[in-house]
Design a protein around this ligand. Structure first.
Ligand code: PLP
Length: 479
């Protein structure tokens, strides 16, 4: 493909995407494909001969799009959102277009520096304490990781390293391996699977402590666990607090957990993968009261800030904790000796290579402005409240727990089996997509406002479908 064909290929691809969004309401949110369908449709071997780009787009339309679950459909209400905006797509395109890898400053100075700039912008907009920001006097700073899972693991590995370093400094006779074997980490039983997995990947026992009746991990529970484990010779090392759990969007009280962690020199990481984006609106910052006690904080800009996957924004109070843990030198990576203020981001993450992810954050900031992003969040939350009102207006349903941000959980009063059947039937019809969770032992359906395209009329459509299916199920029950 030469540059002229690239122009045509690129413009045609943009046209396909623009049409995709314009006509997205004509598609069911869930695809009608059988398992193995695409595998059967594709040739067994890679093409031997070069092909025409027009055939690539034809196959994309005819073979690939039919097998897509439409996350940007206005009827997609499952999981949590994944962000998309035209500005962000262009940011990604520009990043791919220049084809760089930015592991050191010299590998692409603008890649490092735009990340510093945009992470300062976003950190300030979220109202994070100054110590987390690269522009503060201290050793804090932000980095874009690929996912919240990576951020949790990076925090865990750095926490282990910091604890072993501290204890062996105080008592040089200690064997670092012995210390390592005694380390233990904590989170709540409501944590995302990725938090538990970080324990597996990081070779440390991760205790899932019992949350209270509202799904929050309380200070007294954490303190009791520390005391028990210390009495048994273990060393508490890492705590992951959840701001906006995946199941029900519960918020752990950082103001209770933080002082306990600080007292025991335990690293506190805040997983605010979904809910953190809402802190761009000052009225939601109450949920992060106590964040000043944390060592690291992560939110997925790629969930709710109109930025495409992947862009997980993580801040740490002390960049040296990461550098101490992950700095491995090679002569070919020797850089102008970079300082903390212009970080060698390769020491702040797991891989060596890194994408120019800050470009899409920057294109979104530049085109929406902070006000545009705030009004997106506010509009989405008001749409969730609109849906909650519809559910409340039908006395066959119960909303439980209280809606939080863009999440509304509900169930049929008539029991778990009927609620489960309602979700199964709706999923089978492919017009509305939601997933389940459990709350206080009951089966609930999670409805999340996800697509930036969703309007009140779209919600009326989803609600109509939910009511119609409920009518059918209730009728079946009577007969
Ligand atoms: N933490 C929470 C609370 C989440 O809701 C999710 C995903 O939805 C994750 C972590 C994992 O995020 P990622 O896929 O970016 O690793």
């Amino acid at each position: 493909i030469d540059s002229q064909q690239f122009r045509e290929f690129g413009k045609a691809a943009i046209d396909i995407l623009a049409d995709y969004y314009e006509y997205i309401r004509e598609r069911n949110v869930l695809p009608s494909v059988e398992p193995g369908q695409l595998i059967r449709q594709m040739s067994e071997d890679a093409p031997e001969q070069p092909g025409d780009w027009k055939d690539v787009l034809k196959d994309f339309n005819e073979l690939i799009l039919p097998g897509i679950t439409h996350w940007q459909s206005p009827q997609f209400h499952a999981y949590y959102p994944t962000g998309v905006s035209y500005a962000s797509i262009i940011g990604n395109l520009l990043s791919d277009g220049i084809g760089i890898v930015g592991f050191t400053w010299i590998a692409s100075p603008a890649c490092t520096e735009l990340e510093v700039v945009t992470m300062n912008w976003l950190g300030k907009l979220l109202g994070l304490p100054e110590e987390f920001l690269n522009c503060s006097a201290g050793p804090g700073g932000g980095i874009i990781q690929g996912s919240a899972s990576e951020a949790t693991l990076v925090g865990l590995l750095a926490a282990k390293d910091r604890m072993i370093r501290k204890l062996t400094e105080v008592d040089p006779n200690l064997d670092p391996d012995d210390v390592h074997n005694k380390l233990i980490a904590y989170t709540s039983d409501q944590c995302n699977s990725s938090v538990e997995k970080a324990g597996v990947l990081g070779s440390i026992k991760m205790r899932l402590l019992k949350s209270d009746a509202f799904g929050k991990l309380r200070g007294e529970t954490l303190k009791k666990a520390f005391d028990e484990d210390k009495a048994n010779g273990l060393i508490p090392c890492y705590v992951v607090a959840n701001l906006g759990t995946t199941g029900t969007c519960a918020f752990d009280p950082l103001y209770e957990l933080g002082p306990i962690c600080n007292e025991h020199n335990v690293w506190l990481h805040v997983d605010a993968a979904y809910a953190g984006s809402a802190f761009i609106c000052p009225e939601y910052r109450g949920f992060m009261r106590g964040v000043e006690y944390a060592d690291s904080f992560d939110t997925n800009a790629h969930k709710w800030l109109l930025v495409n996957f992947d862009c997980s924004t993580m801040w740490v109070k002390n960049g040296y904790d990461l550098i101490n843990a992950f700095d491995v030198q090679r002569i070919y990576l020797d850089d102008v000796k970079t300082r903390l203020k212009i970080p060698d981001y390769r020491h702040w993450q797991m891989p060596l290579g890194r994408r120019f992810r800050s470009l899409k954050l920057w294109t979104v900031f530049k085109t929406y402005g902070a006000e545009g992003i705030r009004s997106h969040i506010r509009n989405q939350i008001s749409l969730a409240q609109y849906f909650a009102k519809l559910v409340q207006s039908d006395d066959r349903f119960l909303i439980e727990p209280e809606p939080a941000l863009g999440l509304v959980c509900f169930r049929l009063k008539n029991g778990d089996n009927l609620t489960k059947k309602l979700l199964e039937n709706l999923t089978a019809k492919k017009e509305v997509f939601m997933v389940a969770a459990s709350y206080r032992g009951r089966y609930i359906i999670r409805w999340v406002i996800c697509s930036r395209l969703t309007t009140k009329e779209d919600i009326d459509f989803s609600w109509k479908k939910i009511k119609e299916e409920t009518d059918l199920i209730c009728l079946e029950k009577v007969h």
